[in-house]
Ligand binder design. Structure first.
Ligand code: AMP
Length: 437
């Protein structure tokens, strides 16, 4: 199928062509006609599927069809969980809309000045991309008017709920006109997501595309068993011997991310960390340097990495496995995006075997194990509980052996739990078990 068969305007087709897209992705092929027809839509699609263009293109078309000129009210509101995703989505709005008669878009998120956002909002915005917290600040200061919004998008809704944004989302909804189109995108459909959708959507069309964790054909996944103390050396070894140019590395904590980036720099590898404790300018700079190839390694926590769209990222490394198995899928989805191939390597020590099993159960396949010569595991080393770091309390993660809600997500009102003990389900005997796959 071609883009032109979807009923998009010539200006949008031109922009899409300039991006090198030859045909719509499955989510685009289904979502674009439905959104153009004015339907509510529940999109089961995670990042990497092309979902952003799936909602951005029809929204642009609908706004372009309305008479413009003068100071226009906000007609589309796109809510996203993170600052990076806000900037990313707005960049897409700009890219796809650049041949249309002037359509103004803006992203508002925390960590940067409030006043410049107020000034930009005053000038008139057609499409607003926002994180819920900063948007509420604007609403309470009456610096934004959402009363003319025609289309609402909740992007990565599961992640917004994970991050505890449900009350904020509900408050934002109260500022929107009742008559509007609603689009909700989520990688998973947990009970909370279904409840949220039931509450405000009107007979939504359900569009689901194959989840990457089910297919993941483009991502070569492997586990490198290694002793916990040797992970840093193994990572440096893999980067150097593989002559890797760009690798995104995940740690569980912000502290761990800083620590690892510093160690890599000390061993002569250009690296930086990106996480929620860093200022927004520092995050933006680290990402820009990483994209430009000035730094080879970007060490990130799960939350900070959401929304990072780096074209054809060749390597993703799980320096530590996530406590929530679903985060593994999000992490490895950073590579092998939209048609390119990628490699996802997990450095797994004896403490993490339970977490590994949770992940393999979720993705319904066993991940290949490759021992790197010189880094064979010492069978005498016993599992230890994965203790919270100094900043571990901020992890906000559910232990892998805690009761699981449908879809694998923690309910936003569930109590914050301390980090998992070693070995997930096997935590009680983890201290006695030796490393074995
Ligand atoms: P998303 O899932 O929206 O985060 O998009 C993931 C990546 O896919 C982005 O880098 C887009 O530029 C790319 N992309 C989106 N649509 C297409 C398409 N039709 N063909 C090829 N790449 C695409």
């Amino acid at each position: 199928m071609s883009f032109s068969a979807l009923g998009l305007r010539a200006e949008l087709l031109l922009a899409v062509g300039e991006q090198g897209y030859t045909e719509p992705t499955p989510i685009q092929a289904q979502a674009i006609p439905a959104v153009l027809a004015g339907r509510d839509l529940l999109g089961g699609a995670q990042t990497g599927t092309g979902k952003t263009a799936g909602f951005t293109l029809p929204i642009l078309q609908k706004i372009a069809e309305q008479a413009g000129g003068g100071r226009t009210p906000i007609r589309a509101l796109i809510l996203v969980p993170t600052r990076e995703l806000a900037a990313q989505v707005q960049a897409s709005v700009y890219t796809y809309g650049k041949h249309l008669p002037k359509i103004r878009s803006l992203s508002v998120y925390g960590g940067v000045g409030f006043h410049p956002q107020v000034q930009a909002l005053k000038r008139g915005i057609d499409i607003l991309v926002a994180t819920p917290g900063r948007l509420l600040d604007h609403l309470s200061q009456r610096t934004v008017d959402l009363s003319k919004v025609q289309t609402l998008v909740l992007d990565e809704a599961d992640r917004m709920l994970d991050m505890g944004f449900l009350p904020d989302i509900r408050k934002v909804l109260a500022h929107l006109p009742k008559q509007r189109q609603n689009l909700l995108f989520s990688a998973t459909f947990s009970d909370e997501i279904k409840k949220l959708a039931d509450g405000f959507m009107h007979e939504p069309l359900l569009v689901e595309v194959a989840r990457r964790n089910a297919t993941a054909d483009l991502i070569a996944q492997r586990v490198c068993p290694v002793d916990r103390e040797k992970k840093k050396d193994l990572l440096a070894h893999l980067i150097t011997t593989g002559d890797w140019k760009q690798v995104l590395v995940f740690t569980r904590t912000k502290h761990g991310a800083n620590n690892l980036a510093e160690k890599l720099v000390k061993s002569g590898i250009r690296a930086d960390a990106i996480h929620g404790n860093k200022s927004q300018p520092a995050r933006t700079r680290a990402l820009a340097e990483f994209k430009a190839g000035k730094i080879k390694v970007l060490v990130a926590t799960d939350i900070a990495a959401r929304g990072l769209d780096i074209d054809e990222l060749p390597h993703v490394v799980n320096f530590e496995l996530p406590h929530v198995a679903n985060d593994y899928v999000h992490r490895i989805g950073r590579t092998g995006r939209a048609g390119s191939t990628g490699e996802a390597i997990s450095l797994v020590c004896v403490d993490e075997l339970g977490l590994l099993r949770d992940i393999e159960r979720l993705i319904k396949r066993e991940i290949r194990k490759d021992v790197v010569p010189g880094f064979e595991v010492d069978p005498r080393i016993r599992a230890e509980p994965i203790v919270q770091g100094k900043r571990g309390a901020q992890q906000q993660r559910r232990p892998s052996n805690a009761p699981r809600k449908s879809g694998g997500n923690r309910g936003q009102n569930a109590p914050r739990q301390p980090a998992a003990r070693a070995g997930g389900r096997n935590s009680r005997d983890s201290g006695r078990r030796a490393f074995a796959y």
